[in-house]
Design a binder for this molecule. Structure first.
Ligand SMILES: [Zn+2]
Length: 165
C-alpha cells in the first residue's frame, strides 16, 4: 500500500504555531457552546439502541460514512461507564460489518478525534475499494479534498448501513 497525499508536491512543511493554553472550550463542556448532540442539532439518527445512536454526515464525499454517538453525555472512552466501554466493541463491529455490506468498500476506518465536541462520538469512514493511495492516515485528507456528494446521498447510504445493522 502506497499512501499518497491528495495534493501535488512539493509541499512545504511549516512550523507549529504558538500553543494556545488554556485551549478554547469545546461544544458541550463548561464555558463552551451547548452540546449539539444532546440538543438534537445534528442529523437525525438512522439507527439507535439503548446505548448508541448512528448518524449520517453532512458535507462529505464518501457515501457510507457514519458517526456513532453514546446516548450518555460523556467525553471519551475513559469516561464511558464500563458496560458501555465493553458494548462499544460489539456495536463498532456491527457498524463495520454493515458498511462493508454496502460493497465497493475495501476497509472501514474508525476515527475518534474529540476536538470539536465533548460528547463521545466516533467516525466510521469507508475506504473505497482499490483506492490504495487513500490508505491509512491519508483517507481523511482525501475525504476532505474529493468533491462533496449531496447530503441526501450520504443520508441514503447511512440508511442502507442502518438497515444492515
Ligand atoms: Zn452531549
Amino acid at each position: 500500500m502506497t499512501m499518497t497525499l491528495p495534493y501535488t508536491e512539493p509541499l512545504v512543511p511549516r512550523k507549529p504555531g504558538e500553543r494556545v493554553v488554556p485551549e478554547p472550550p469545546r461544544r458541550g463542556e463548561a464555558g463552551g457552546p451547548p452540546c449539539g448532540i444532546c440538543g438534537n442539532k445534528t442529523t437525525s439518527a438512522v439507527w439507535a439502541d439503548e446505548n448508541w445512536t448512528l448518524h449520517p454526515p453532512v458535507g462529505g464525499s464518501l457515501p457510507g460514512a457514519v458517526w456513532l454517538a453514546s446516548r450518555v453525555h460523556v467525553d471519551s472512552f475513559s469516561d464511558l461507564p464500563e458496560p458501555l466501554q465493553a458494548d462499544f466493541g460489539r456495536v463498532a463491529a456491527r457498524v463495520e460489518r454493515a458498511i462493508l455490506s454496502l460493497g465497493d468498500v475495501a476497509r472501514v476506518h474508525l476515527y475518534r478525534w474529540g476536538d470539536g465536541g465533548a460528547h463521545f462520538h466516533v467516525w466510521f469512514i469507508p475506504r473505497p475499494l482499490g483506492m490504495v493511495e487513500a490508505s491509512g492516515m491519508m483517507l481523511p485528507l482525501w475525504e476532505d479534498v474529493l468533491p462533496n456528494v449531496p447530503d441526501e446521498e450520504l443520508a441514503a447510504a447511512a440508511e442502507r448501513v442502518a438497515a444492515a445493522m
